[in-house]
Each structure stands twice: as structure tokens, then as C-alpha cells.
Design a protein around this ligand. Structure first.
Ligand SMILES: [Zn+2]
Length: 95
């Protein structure tokens, strides 16, 4: 029994529980479709509502910002998240 697991009830159906999952996140940069694999999200087990980890969204926004783009950037299509992920608790870790 891990009391520290971050799950909370769904804002939409108020019945389901938001479960931490890794999903494939789609977003658009101009006319280009960006795919981010293993994106941390919370998904309702009842209605399927998705909420994404705020810090990861922030990180993604900052990285996709064309104003911050580096000329050597070749990470436009598929972007893995860095292994250090702050603010997102891993439900598997139970040590
Ligand atoms: Zn729900």
C-alpha cells in the first residue's frame, strides 16, 4: 500500500481516478505535426480524460519555441523526453 501515489479524481466525470501513464503526445508546430513518445500524462480510468504533466508541457513548449531554436536542431519530428523528469512521480517506483 503506497499512500504516496499521486492519483486524484477526475474533474470531468468525478467518478474515475486519474492514473499516471506514459502516452504519445501530439502537438503542432506551424503545419508540422510533432510526436512525443513516452510523454507523462494522467488518464481517467472511467471517461478517458487526459491531463498532461504541466512541467513537461512547459519543457516541450520551450523546446519547440522557434525563437529559441538552435541552427543544429534536428529534433523536430520525434523527441524523446530527457530522463530527468521533475514533478512527475513514477508509480512503478516503490522503494
Ligand atoms: Zn473521468
Amino acid at each position: 500500500m503506497n499512500q504516496n501515489t499521486t492519483h486524484y479524481s477526475c474533474n470531468q466525470c468525478h467518478v474515475g481516478v486519474m492514473q499516471a501513464r506514459y502516452v504519445t503526445y501530439f502537438t503542432r508546430l506551424g503545419s508540422e505535426l510533432i510526436t512525443v513518445q513516452n510523454f507523462p500524462a494522467y488518464i481517467c480510468d472511467m471517461c478517458g480524460r487526459r491531463e498532461y504533466d504541466e512541467q513537461s508541457i512547459y519543457w516541450l513548449d520551450a523546446m519547440l519555441d522557434p525563437n529559441a531554436g538552435k541552427p543544429t536542431s534536428s529534433t523536430r519530428r520525434t523527441t524523446p523526453l530527457p530522463s530527468r523528469q521533475t514533478g512527475f512521480s513514477h508509480p512503478m517506483q516503490d522503494s
